[in-house]
Design a protein around this ligand. Structure first.
Ligand code: C2E
Ligand code: MG
Ligand code: MG
Ligand code: MG
Length: 284
């Protein structure tokens, strides 16, 4: 907001606000150069089928190693990148990096069925996403079926017209679509049906204490039932212990992702994880 009003308006802020505004500007300035300096990387977190225990997918998650601040979490810099428009360029880099990695895994016989990439609302609304996905798949030789895109529920519900067309185009390309952080937005059921996405990801906040909190358990059950009735796959995020895994499996949830299986790992470690997974003891 300070930016929209012009830098001169900063002097009307309280010292604390001004300190925070400066901090933001500094971080934003660092963010602009971070891509060129090679400070970003992707980590990958496994997704495991709750019935067969097979490793069915991975989710790519961005990491920023700042030379001074160290690891800056995506919850801090993604919103900043969205506000300053950098997310479009960064989003292309994420897509390319993930697809190159998928290609290497495919060549090595290690690729899981799909790898999911998080897409920001801003990437969708700028309208270049379809071109970007199409050309990245072509350049890297990755099959559309190997790529999944995660879009948050709140965006899909806020920008109905826009997301409807963009998602239809992406679907036609053959990539699969999942709705991230499901349960936190206000989905209309009929709209959800029209969208024809493939998966729902139950938000971590409901999974976290569903064993103790009956209203969260109720939401988890409702999302699973909804997924079933619409013919969608349901993934639970943030599964940390085997009690949660068993509970979810008994409710009919299809896939889990969380620290129980593994934290997100950098590409060399996840490659080793993929190679060793079938030899491991069952996790739950
Ligand atoms: P998300 O897409 O819902 O990702 C799930 C987050 O939960 C990740 O945090 C992951 O590390 C964390 N997580 C996974 N399993 C567990 C668990 O068992 N326990 C706990 N406590 N946490 C778990 P992360 O990597 O910090 O990412 C946070 C959010 O930042 C993501 O939420 C996503 O919205 C955004 N983000 C991350 N990477 C990207 C990206 O490449 N592009 C875009 N546009 N957004 C990204
Ligand atoms: Mg996600
Ligand atoms: Mg999520
Ligand atoms: Mg999230």
């Amino acid at each position: 907001q300070a930016k929209a009003m012009g830098h001169g308006s900063l002097r009307f802020f309280s010292p604390e606000m001004s300190r925070r505004a400066k901090e933001r500007l500094a971080l934003e300035a660092d963010l602009r150069g971070a891509l060129e300096r090679g400070e970003f990387s992707l980590s990958y977190q496994p997704q495991v089928d709750l019935r067969s225990s097979e490793l069915v997918g991975l989710e790519a998650l961005i990491r920023w190693t700042h030379p001074v601040r160290g690891n800056v979490p995506p919850s801090v810099f993604i919103p900043l990148a969205e506000e300053c428009g950098l997310i479009v360029e960064l989003g292309d880099w994420i897509l390319q990096t993930a697809c190159r990695q998928i290609r290497r895994w495919t060549d090595a016989g290690l690729a899981p069925r799909h790898t999911a990439v998080n897409i920001s609302a801003v990437q969708l609304s700028r309208g270049r996403l379809l071109d970007s996905v199409t050309s990245t798949l072509e350049k890297t030789g990755v099959a559309p079926e190997q790529l999944e895109l995660e879009i948050t529920e709140s965006f899909v519900m806020l920008e109905r017209e826009l997301s409807f067309q963009s998602l239809a185009d992406l679907r036609a390309l053959g990539v699969s679509l999942s709705i991230d952080d499901f349960g936190t937005g206000y989905s209309s059921l009929s709209y959800l049906q029209q969208l024809k996405v493939h998966k729902l990801k139950i938000d971590m906040s409901f999974v976290r204490d569903m064993m103790k909190n009956s209203s969260n358990a109720g939401i988890v059950k409702a999302v699973i039932a909804l997924g079933k009735s619409l013919g969608l796959e349901v993934i639970a995020e943030g599964v940390e212990d085997s009690d949660q895994a068993h509970y979810l499996r008994d409710l009919g949830c299809d896939v889990m992702q969380g620290y129980l299986v593994s934290k997100p790992l950098p590409d060399d470690e996840i490659s080793k994880f993929l190679a060793d997974f079938s030899k491991r003891k069952p996790i739950f």
